[in-house]
Write a protein that binds this ligand. Structure first.
Ligand SMILES: Cc1ncc(COP(=O)(O)O)c(C=O)c1O
Length: 470
């Protein structure tokens, strides 16, 4: 019987050892990589040798050489971008997914993967309060989820006008107006490009000081549209965390035959927390939603979900069945609602995390992050010379230092100093004409003491810079 060769077994065990040691090294460690890109290129971008190396040696060398070039994104002190911390329970499940080697495009071939992924879709749809009968697909992240949803919208809006876009393409198709907030994330603009709508022809609707679409500006813009529109809204502005006014916008758009898509990469998770869900009132009325699993659920990269109220246009837009695959029917085929035919079972780690946290654990985590973001904002804003530019809608904090153009330079300096010390790791952004330090509280492990360290690090860097000592 062909089992694992001794070297292969060693390789897997060595990999596990490196993985566990890395995840165990977060406490008190510097967050950013110790080595830079040229150093990593020197170690890894070598000529490929003619002769292969032993399995265990390859894995051990990779494990040892990579560690200096890793960012501790799973650390409670990582506050950059908007990234989850790859929950260890999800990582453990992900290891099994790799070992199982399932191509989970077809339910018939990989029933265990399909059942777990289907459960993740059901649970997520339920927790977010979205329509139970929605179709869903597990994709690499919110970028692809936005793209897939917009392609489903394209299918539905054009077929309502007698145009089968899957057969005829877009040349000669009736025009579809597209409306989106001027402070939407770059991902839905990219999705509009991928789907052939063009980012440049989208009507960018004015927003308020939190980046929320202004309902008056929206109603003026939609009134000028002569056909049913595709409207892209946002649950969680990347800098402010704010939510578009769903209730004021969605019903009218849908009543006129339009399609509303919501990019809820991270912010949609607030819908799972009864005390906070009111901030997204009306979001459930939309036609489609994009949400990340590798953000607030803290699933390992990469995992996101596209959800469509009406599954039919989603499947019409995505199905790619060869003659060797089962007929399109009632059976939930994972590949029917994603662009990939072959893919890993990226929903399985989320299954494990959800089983581990339960509904209560998820609610508590999201609520804790929001409370911690408010704590960080309050304490930072109390320091002279530090301003918080946003209201705290969820977990994002936009911080500036000093005033105006001089302040932009100071903000860059403070961020660089904090990142150089590396005990905590916020990243940069631009908001309302200012350079900002952006703090995203989203790692499953982050607690009050971590936020206190963050505040201490940021304030002491600011005091040194303000006093001209750095
Ligand atoms: C609001 C929003 N939309 C979309 C994305 C893109 O998500 P992903 O990087 O998972 O593709 C992000 C990422 O930060 C985001 O914050």
């Amino acid at each position: 019987m062909a089992g694992l060769a001794p070297g292969e077994r060693d390789a897997m065990e060595i990999a596990l050892g490196h993985a566990v040691r890395f995840r165990d090294s977060m406490e008190g460690a510097r967050v950013p990589p110790a080595a830079d890109v040229p150093e990593m290129m020197r170690r890894f971008r070598t000529p490929l040798a003619e002769d292969g190396l032993a399995a265990a040696e390859v894995i051990d060398t990779i494990g040892r050489d990579a560690v200096d070039g890793l960012n501790r994104m799973g650390s409670p002190n990582f506050y950059g971008y908007v990234l989850g911390g790859s929950h260890p329970v999800g990582v453990a499940a992900d290891m099994m997914v790799s070992a199982w080697g399932q191509n989970c495009g077809s339910a018939f071939e990989t029933p265990a993967m399909t059942a777990m992924e289907r459960a993740v879709c059901d649970w997520t749809i339920d927790m977010l309060g979205l329509p139970t009968e929605s179709g869903a697909g597990l994709v690499t992240g919110a970028s692809v989820a936005n793209m897939v949803a917009i392609m489903a919208a394209r299918n539905a809006l054009l077929s309502a006008q007698g145009w089968d876009v899957e057969v005829k393409g877009l040349f000669g198709a009736p025009e579809i107006p597209v409306l989106i907030g001027e402070h939407a994330h770059s991902a839905p603009f990219a999705a509009l490009r991928y789907a052939g709508f063009g980012a440049g022809r989208a009507i960018r609707v004015a927003t308020d000081d939190q980046g929320r679409i202004d309902p008056l500006a929206f109603s003026e813009a939609i009134a000028r549209c002569t056909r049913p529109a595709l409207v892209v809204l946002q649950a969680g502005q990347i800098n402010s965390g704010a939510f578009d006014p769903f209730e004021a916008i969605i019903p009218a758009v849908r009543a006129n035959g339009g399609w509303v898509h919501v990019d809820g990469a991270f912010g949609l998770w607030l819908a799972a927390v009864p005390d906070l869900a009111g901030r997204l009132r009306g979001v459930q009325l939309a036609d489609s939603w994009a949400v990340d699993l590798h953000k607030w659920l803290n699933a390992p990269f990469d995992a996101g979900m596209v959800i469509c109220r009406d599954r039919a246009p989603l499947v019409r837009a995505m199905t790619a069945r060869g003659a060797y695959l089962p007929e399109v029917g009632e059976q939930w085929e994972p590949s029917d609602s994603t662009p990939e035919l072959s893919r890993r079972a990226r929903g399985v780690p989320s299954y494990a995390i959800l089983r581990h946290l339960g509904r209560k654990g998820l609610r508590e985590m999201v609520a804790r992050h929001c409370a911690l973001a408010a704590r960080a904002a309050e304490r930072l804003a109390a320091e002279p010379g530090i301003s918080v530019l946003n209201e705290i809608h969820c977990n994002q904090v936009a911080v500036t230092f000093g005033e105006g153009t001089e302040g932009d330079g100071l903000t860059r300096k403070v961020l660089a100093a904090v990142q150089k010390r590396g005990l905590v790791y916020p990243t940069h952004g631009e908001w309302r004409g200012r350079q900002i330090m952006r703090i995203s509280v989203i790692c499953y492990a982050t607690q009050e003491r971590d936020i206190d360290l963050l505040v201490e690090e940021v304030i002491s860097a600011w005091r040194l810079i303000r006093g001209g000592k750095e």
